[in-house]
Design a protein around this ligand. Structure first.
Ligand code: ZN
Length: 683
């Protein structure tokens, strides 16, 4: 529930509180990192800089059958996954000799429980039978609420979720948020782009019911029931752009108000079952969605709700049950929705389950082996330099009043940065969770319940920030800015080539990891970030005049990105991607300026491989975003994710980077050119 902006694509459906099994990277060998050999010199940089910087790579790069994309992120993930697999299999080989509930025992036994396919096949749906029986026994609306709450605790959501996070408007206290949670994004249920996938979805739901023991005719009608519930809810959901807007998703209600507005849920019972007491108020993210929940609770029969709960249980655990379940889950979630051709090897899939379900224990083993204090120090220095450059830009900003500027400087100065991994005392301790060698689903449900209860227990306590816990796990190839905390996090796993390579010149690193750092810092001042103050409160600190000037610039950027067409007939949503596009614009401009400031005049002219530092810097930025994605995943990202497809992150930002034009002699009439008056300058 934390409001944060990440560098790359966010999870396409909310993974919080659910059992996850993301696709993981391929491990096939390929050239990683910055390379002059990726450049296609037959393309003029003035015409298409992305194609120039990456043309030769694009000619050779092949998306592995078991992946849906190949890019800088999958390159790093592949290297990381090899290292992790080594650590995890080492632990599993000796897990029996480690003390119970020690990190190697937990990591090793979770892995072994997933790898034992023979046992998983033999057990069938036995691991979830007690929960199925519980659903079957529901006879009253009260029992339905009780079961819904129990499922939420286990990370098996029904139609909404409840979780604790910092109060957007008061970062000194925690608040309980109630938010939508549907398996697919809003557009999936109605947009023409998804008509084939919708048909496949209904078939998939029926197949999952059949695997769960249902007769085919019944499974068909149950699939229709499920689809009708989700479609009605999706229609009441905000668009992805509005759903990411904190001002539109903060509706604080007293408990009495909540009960009056959504009377068809017995909230006293629900909160009691969740172990929450003394609750005075809640923040409802999407009231219109909850109004539909209220309506459906009355309209749909108990039988329909039982069907729906069975669906969420079976589909949530499908990747962890028998091979038949796993295959069916793959066929829809990865093949139909994202374009994968075949499954990843079992050991890779299970290692990914271990990495994401035991994030800190796994990361602790990882950083001890593969992350040096030297790398951390270098990254810290880079953050310092980029921040200093940002500060200078704020001081010299030509369009802000001194009043707003002062507050912006205060916000920058208070911004915290976390590099690599948590301090020793900040590692989250998982040792109280019982991880068994022969109980995969049980292990995952216990981890989920432990996570949920731990989260809910923070409700009446002051917020304590836990760095690198959640999406910015140290093994995540990503980076994050958190508006509520006013902090950036740069996980250990992204501090590798092509983002960071100590063996290469500063020019390459400044526009790769430096660009990432500048991107995250800029998030503090993008269209969402700017609505939070230095302390992380959703609070307007802008003069009306300055806010107007910001919006004028932001609107031009929306128009620019609205013109890009990554798939035939499918355009980028400039509004949805605005925060990312502002961050990319700040990212490359600030990183390049910081590099220039660090060089003497003589150094500025020194060429490596025939390119000046300035040129290498821009090539490095473009190469960070080299990518080939399958059209299926591209479609999902364009319609539902704030991050635009990578190619447009290069084009869209460089045409607004004044230093880029002289570096590659870009002139009026060139496709990469923009007239001075049209260049969009924000930070
Ligand atoms: Zn971002």
């Amino acid at each position: 529930m934390k409001l944060s902006s990440r560098l790359f694509l966010i999870a396409l459906t909310s993974l919080s509180f659910t059992i996850t099994n993301k696709a993981i990277a391929d491990t096939s060998k390929k050239e990683t990192g910055f390379s002059i050999n990726n450049i296609d010199t037959s393309v003029k940089p003035q015409d298409n800089f992305y194609q120039f910087a990456n043309g030769n790579w694009l000619k050779k790069a092949v998306i592995p059958d078991d992946n849906v994309r190949v890019d800088s992120f999958t390159d790093v993930e592949a290297v990381r996954d090899q290292k992790l697999l080594k650590i995890i299999t080492q632990a599993s080989g000796k897990s029996a000799i480690f003390p119970k509930e020690s990190i190697p025992q937990q990591v090793g036994d979770l892995y072994l429980s997933g790898m034992n396919l023979e046992l998983r096949n033999k057990l069938g749906i036995v691991p979830i039978q007690p929960i199925l029986t519980q659903i079957d026994s529901i006879a009253t609306p009260e029992e339905l609420i009780t079961v819904m709450a129990n499922h939420s605790l286990k990370g098996l959501p029904s139609i909404f979720m409840a979780g604790v996070s910092t109060d957007f408007k008061n970062s000194q206290v925690n608040a309980l948020y109630i938010a939508p949670i549907l398996p697919q994004q809003k557009d999936f249920y109605s947009n023409d782009n998804f008509s084939k996938q919708r048909e496949a979805y209904i078939t998939h739901i029926a197949k999952i019911f059949i695997l769960g023991g249902e007769k085919p005719e019944q499974a068909q009608s149950q699939a229709q029931t499920v689809f009708a519930i989700e479609t009605a809810l999706a229609e009441s959901q905000l668009t992805p752009a509005d759903g990411n807007n904190p001002s539109l998703t903060y509706h604080k209600k007293s408990l009495t108000q909540l009960k009056n507005e959504i009377p068809n849920i017995n909230w006293d019972l629900y909160f009691q079952e969740m172990g929450l007491s003394g609750l005075q108020e809640v923040v409802v993210r999407q009231p219109k969605y909850m109004a539909m929940v209220n309506q459906l609770m009355k309209e749909k029969s108990l039988e329909d709700w039982k069907t729906y709960l069975r669906w969420r249980l079976l589909s949530g655990t499908a990747p962890h049950l028998t091979e038949d379940f796993v295959q069916e889950d793959f066929e829809f979630e990865y093949k139909v929705m994202k374009g994968a051709k075949q499954q990843k090897p079992l050991e890779q899939r299970i290692a990914e389950v271990v990495r994401t379900m035991l994030p800190h224990p796994t990361a602790k083993l990882y950083v001890a082996e593969y992350f040096s204090a030297d790398d951390k120090a270098k990254a810290e220095k880079m953050v310092e330099n980029i921040k200093a450059e940002f500060r200078l830009r704020l001081q010299e900003n030509p369009w802000m009043s001194s009043e707003t500027r002062q507050k912006a400087l205060e916000k920058l100065d208070k911004m915290k940065s976390y590099i690599g991994y948590p301090d020793e005392k900040e590692w989250v301790d998982y040792s109280s969770i019982d991880i068994k060698t022969d109980d995969l689903v049980g292990n995952l449900l216990r981890i989920n319940e432990w996570n949920t209860r731990r989260n809910l227990a923070t409700l009446n306590k002051p917020p304590v920030y836990e760095p690198f816990f959640g999406h910015a796990n140290p093994t995540e190839v990503n980076a994050q800015y958190s508006s509520n905390i006013n902090s950036i996090e740069i996980p250990a796993a992204i501090l590798q080539a092509p983002f960071f390579d100590a063996s290469l010149d500063d020019a390459v690193n400044y526009c790769a990891i430096g660009g990432v750092i500048a991107h995250e810092i800029t998030h503090g001042f993008d269209s969402t970030g700017r609505t939070f103050d230095a302390e992380g409160n959703l609070k307007d600190w802008w003069t009306a005049e300055d806010a107007k000037k910001f919006d004028e610039r932001a609107n031009k950027l929306i128009e620019q990105y609205n013109q890009y067409e990554p798939l035939p007939g499918l355009f980028i949503n400039g509004e949805l991607s605005l925060t990312e596009n502002i961050a990319d614009l700040g990212g490359i401009n600030i990183a390049h300026s910081a590099l220039q400031r660090s060089l003497t005049d003589a150094q500025k002219a020194e060429k490596i491989d025939g390119y000046t530092p300035s040129q290498r810097c821009f090539i490095s930025w473009a190469q960070v975003w080299k990518s080939k994605w399958r059209p299926e995943i591209l479609r999902l990202v364009i319609l539902g994710d704030p991050h635009p497809p990578s190619e447009f992150r290069v084009k869209g930002s460089l045409v607004n980077t004044p230093d880029f034009f002289p570096a590659f002699n870009i002139q009026k009439g060139d496709r990469m050119n923009k007239d001075e008056a049209d260049i969009i300058k924000i930070w």
